[in-house]
Ligand binder design. Structure first.
Ligand code: AMP
Ligand code: MG
Length: 679
């Protein structure tokens, strides 16, 4: 049992100090307060300086709250809380908070208002993100100290709870001591806890006495990627070159991203589908048996005459035509030896008939008086055997025999639907196809068909209609979620409403790290979702984001819904739809393999490569003269260039490299559409 050390970090928000750290006076003051008045609970494990730029503040905080291997218990910021134009720390921080803590704010303000009315000029915020408590202190060293002193005693208790520990399970002395120190209870005690804190969910955390970050704990990073697949360090103490990236989200390889999708896409749900025109494309969730025999009755397979074959098989002679059996329901008169019945293809045999003679093997002998009916027919066949030209009951498909298996897809091309229809199966258990919603985001995006010219900065919504059509083409029901403005409230409301109506949301735009790129924070903070990846090493489509969100369905049951946030550039959006969204949709629909078909193709010309990222190059694959598959580029591949999709039926998987791939080289191609022969 070791005395628990809580890990604190300090973020100095000051454009001046960012240029010249020697101008900062807060660090010394605040670390003294923690050390001298913190009851021995605190270790200041990291200090960083950022200018008054919201994204930089947020990036640094997320490195601590979302990426660091060991939990950071307390994040103190100092600076940027006033009314100056550049002051935006409270806004940057509050956008990240999962749980605001107005009580702490109140505590700080009350204490400093007792000292000076200028306390009104500070706009502090406090709250919890993941397992860390974040508090914004004013920039003046004096103000920062007074504010921290005002709340410091309560912080160990708050931080331990925020880290996910049930305080009741703490060592009793620990709680008592904490509460006594915070003025909640008066008995003295010792502040001791067990090393090992179990938190909710699958993650757990180790707090070590004087714990330095050695990267051996599992923090909230586990939400994004395995450390081995993470080229970005999850240890913030490694220095800026390793972590001062555009985004705190680790960069995954395409394969790792696809594995995340496989792992976190919800399992397919079983439902009952009618055997009708909407069935093709669905996958069976059960083995299906024939309900009936096919044919259900003994039927003729030719147009001709039903006969009763005599023992010697010799049917030569003239016979009276005693009845007619058409392919229509109803009673058929029995047949005796020496009589024949005219019969059409598919018509039921008269009871007693043992064979059918083709009309070609007969001659009309006599007619009825009105000349409308056959009276006698001569049969020219000898050596006739029983059962000729007859389909016996169940000879095509026996009742109760297995006709289709679980996991088989009912195709619109193949005859599965006909098979089900033939044997009288009216409904089958299938995997329900997710219902998709498509949303565009961006203040600049306008309806694609809005009449009139564009104003400066406006962009016609290209992605929504493209993705809705692509999803529909793949057989999914699609809801139009419209265009959401780049405002946190709007986006949150739109997504909440969407998640009530659909199983699967595809958004475009707003996934980079710009100030208005709100998708990631909204999914995590407002919707309580988990982002499984937020960056992928590929071109185009680097900021592609995959998340799942727990939602209660209409019946009150907990279900998991999927959110794919694709980059805004049209080519990126459609490429990442095919590459990432479609496999997830296929998996949720029970379709295997849940991936695009990969074929090997020969390059029809040289292809330049990207130096650092593998590229998914839009290309046209066709069947060359010798039957080989040949790939031609669709032209300029800039991610905004929607024309790069024109005619494309595949994504060429080009590796990164400095030299072009030469004409004639073989590469893998992922098929998006069918292949056609060369004209
Ligand atoms: P964003 O990912 O929001 O930064 O957007 C990247 C680029 O894609 C910007 O130039 C956007 O204007 C553009 N863009 C975003 N959404 C759409 C859309 N629905 N249709 C066409 N262009 C878009
Ligand atoms: Mg945008």
């Amino acid at each position: 049992m070791a005395s628990t050390t809580l890990r604190a970090v300090l973020l100095i928000v000051s454009t001046t100090a960012a240029k010249d750290p020697s101008t900062d006076a807060s660090q010394a003051v605040l670390s003294d307060v923690l050390e001298e008045e913190g009851g021995g609970h605190w270790e200041l494990v990291d200090t960083k300086i950022v200018p008054d730029v919201a994204t930089q503040i947020q990036r640094q905080i997320m490195l601590w709250t979302d990426v660091a291997a060991d939990t950071i218990n307390l994040i103190l910021t100092t600076g940027g809380t006033g009314f100056a134009v550049a002051d935006n720390t409270p806004e940057a921080v509050s956008a990240l908070l999962h749980k605001p803590a107005p009580g702490i704010v109140h505590g700080m303000l009350t204490a400093s208002l007792n000292v000076t009315p200028f306390a009104m000029m500070s706009r502090p915020v406090a709250g919890v993100r993941n397992k860390s408590l974040i508090i914004t202190l004013p920039g003046s060293p004096k103000g920062a100290r007074e504010n921290l002193q005002a709340v410091l005693k309560t912080l160990p208790h708050a931080c331990i709870q925020a880290a996910g520990m049930d305080s009741r399970s703490l060592h009793v002395g620990g709680v008592r001591r904490l509460e006594a120190e915070a003025g909640i209870r008066s008995e003295p005690g010792h502040f001791h806890t067990h090393d090992h804190h179990h938190s909710h969910g699958s993650t757990h955390q180790h707090s070590h006495s004087h714990g330095h970050s050695h990267g051996h704990g599992h923090g909230s990073l586990v939400r994004y990627t395995a450390p081995s697949s993470n080229p970005m360090s999850n240890d913030p103490s490694l220095g800026p070159s390793r972590r001062n990236r555009e985004s705190p989200f680790p960069m995954l390889s395409v394969d790792d991203a696809l594995n995340k999708i496989k792992e976190h896409t919800p399992s397919p749900e079983i439902t009952t589908s009618l055997v009708d025109r909407s069935l093709p494309g669905h996958v069976l969730a059960e083995d299906v048996q024939a309900r009936e025999n096919v044919p259900a009755f003994r039927a003729s397979i030719v147009d001709g005459y039903a006969v009763v074959v005599p023992k010697d098989g010799n049917m030569k002679g003239v016979f009276p035509v005693v009845s007619v059996s058409h392919a229509s329901p109803g009673e058929v008169k029995p047949l005796k030896e020496g009589e024949i019945a005219r019969i059409t293809t598919g018509a039921p045999l008269p009871p007693g008939a043992t064979s059918v003679i083709m009309v070609e093997d007969t001659i009309l002998k006599t007619m009825t008086e009105d000349g409308k009916e056959e009276k006698e027919v001569e049969i020219l066949a000898a050596n006739v055997r029983e059962g000729e030209n007859i389909r016996e009951v169940g000879s095509d498909i026996k009742a109760k025999s297995s006709i289709l298996s679980k996991g088989e897809q009912i195709s619109a091309v193949g005859g599965e639907i006909g098979l089900l229809a033939a044997v009288g199966v009216a409904s089958v258990k299938t995997y329900r196809k997710p219902v998709i919603g498509v949303l565009s985001t961006g203040d600049e995006i306008v309806q694609h068909d809005r009449p009139g010219d564009l104003r400066l900065g406006e962009v016609r919504d290209t992605n929504r209609i493209t993705l809705m059509c692509a999803a529909k083409e793949c057989g999914y029901e699609v809801h139009d979620l419209g265009i959401a403005a780049d405002k946190p409230g709007t986006l949150e409301e739109t997504l909440r409403e969407a998640l009530r109506r659909v199983d699967f949301v595809i958004t475009t735009g707003g996934v980079s790290m710009g100030e208005l790129d709100l998708l990631k924070p909204t999914i995590e903070r407002s919707l309580g979702g988990t982002i499984h990846f937020g960056r992928v090493a590929m071109k185009p489509g680097k900021p592609t984001t995959f998340a799942t969100v727990p939602v209660k369905n209409n019946a009150g049951a907990r279900v998991t819904k999927v959110v794919f946030s694709l980059p805004g550039n049209p080519a990126s959006a459609i490429v990442t739809f095919h590459l990432f969204v479609l496999p997830s949709l296929l998996q949720m629909s029970g379709i295997t393999p849940a991936s695009l078909t990969k074929v090997s193709v020969t390059l029809a010309h040289d292809f330049a490569l990207d130096k650092s990222r593998p590229e998914y190059h839009r290309a046209i694959v066709s069947v060359g003269s010798s039957g080989v598959l040949v790939a031609t580029s669709t032209g300029g591949q800039r991610s905004s260039r929607v024309g790069s999709l024109r005619g494309a039926n595949c994504l060429l998987c080009l590796p990164s490299g400095t030299e072009p791939l030469r004409k004639g080289a073989k590469v893998d191609a992922l098929l998006m559409g069918g292949i056609r022969g060369k004209l």
